[in-house]
Design a protein around this ligand. Structure first.
Ligand SMILES: *Cc1c(COP(=O)(O)O)cnc(C)c1O
Length: 397
């Protein structure tokens, strides 16, 4: 099909030109004496993205899920109790991986569309006088439902209870797009990946680890080999890796971080909020609702949109792809057929969001879903103009 494909799934996201060009390099010598001059500053700048001063960031050749495995196997022992809330496909998979590694998983099931139940966590942590919980797991941004959770509140619950459990956060679809503060929130392991906010191809698990979590590895009895922090620590300190690093991905990561820091992280977050808000205005104008049940849970990186009873969101996503060359996210698991998702993160601007909205609108109308022609597009357009160009013109006048 001629023309560009609209890629509006919540990862992989669109890869900016500077990152694509950075990938296109001849293979490098991974033991070259000048490699550390490139890798050591890269590790340093990664800390800025995680907002950590003392934490260490590891890069594993893997998708984001490998970061989950690294987090648990390096810090926990078989039978260790962990606390996690399950409210979407990603928190579900994370809990499942914990169980498969022989952890004792205390799962709190929450309706899909809500976030981490902080009050329930607080009660459980207070009641746990023997400190049986070794880790509390928080999915910062549940990509399946477009729900963001309050990590700082979970940290407060831990502190209020005087509980020493480690705090793990899955920030795969939030880091570098939604504000994340590793040190301030006392996060011990933060898992991310290359193909979402970092605007790169899939292939790097990017894991931030606190000094407390690094210390926990000494007593951690789970089996680990490929994902062992120990081997990374020994070699990373001199700018090298325990096995062949994907150097082209490291070059791409450099380009990505350069873009993020040049724009300014706070500006990146504000852009994501604004673009997301335009999408939310469109959803409201269509007369539809988000899967996220309250504004405090609205994700700025992905919107899961509930379609009316009697329609199938999988058919809608398929039609958008076949007819308009537009990739939208399908509903997963419990919300399969019920929601479609617009991923609005990474290398994105207003016009690109308008493309996703116009395409969604056309596809919905094609399938007979009762939305008024142009309604969502008009609402987003007004919001983007009002808060963007129009606001700038008023300021200049
Ligand atoms: C994308 C994603 C992951 C990781 O998935 P991979 O396919 O292994 O990269 C984990 N958690 C969340 C919330 C995600 O959005």
């Amino acid at each position: 099909m001629p023309g560009i494909r609209g890629l509006f799934i919540p990862g992989p996201t669109n890869v900016p030109q500077a990152v694509r060009l950075a990938l296109d390099i001849a293979m490098e010598d991974q033991r070259a004496p000048d490699l550390p001059a490139f890798t050591l500053p890269l590790f340093e700048d990664l800390r800025k993205i995680f907002k950590t001063r003392d934490g260490q960031v590891f890069l594993f050749p893997s998708s984001g899920s490998g970061g989950w495995e690294a987090a648990m196997t390096n810090t926990l022992s078989p039978g260790d109790k962990v606390l996690i809330a399950r409210f979407g496909q990603f928190s579900l998979l994370w809990a499942d991986m914990c169980a498969r590694h022989g952890l004792d998983v205390d799962v709190v099931d929450v309706p899909w569309g809500e976030g981490v139940p902080v009050e329930i966590f607080a009660e459980k942590l207070k009641a746990d006088k023997t400190h049986a919980y070794k880790a509390v797991l928080v999915t910062h941004n549940e990509t399946a439902t477009g729900v963001v959770s309050d990590v700082a509140a979970v940290r407060h619950a831990l502190n209020d209870a005087g509980h020493p459990a480690l705090l793990f956060v899955d920030a795969v679809s939030s880091l570098a797009s939604i504000d994340f503060r590793m040190d301030e929130w006392g996060v011990d392991v933060c898992v991310s990946g290359s193909q979402k906010g970092f605007m790169m191809p899939v292939g790097l698990a990017i894991v931030g680890v606190s000094q407390k979590a690094l210390a926990a590895r000494k007593a951690a009895g789970l089996r680990r080999s490929y994902f062992d922090f120990e081997d990374m620590i020994k070699t990373n300190k001199d700018g090298f890796f325990p096995y062949t690093p994907p150097t082209h991905m490291l070059r791409a990561l450099r380009a990505s971080i350069d873009l993020l820091l040049a724009e300014g992280l706070e500006n990146v977050f504000a852009r994501h909020y604004r673009l997301a808000e335009g999408v939310r205005r469109a959803v409201a104008a269509w007369g539809l609702s988000l899967c996220a049940k309250a504004p405090k849970w609205h994700s700025d990186t992905v919107s899961a949109i509930v379609i009316p009873e009697g329609f199938d969101s999988a058919a809608l996503v398929k039609h958008a792809y076949n007819r308009y060359n537009l990739s939208l996210g399908v509903g997963l698991n419990k919300v399969a057929g019920r929601v479609f998702r617009i991923g609005h993160l990474g290398d994105l601007n207003e016009i690109m969001c308008m493309m996703a909205l116009a395409g969604s609108e056309m596809a919905m109308r094609d399938l007979g879903i009762p939305v008024e022609a142009g309604s969502g597009v008009a609402a987003a357009e007004e919001y983007y103009r009002e808060t963007g160009a129009a606001a700038a013109l008023r300021k200049a006048a």
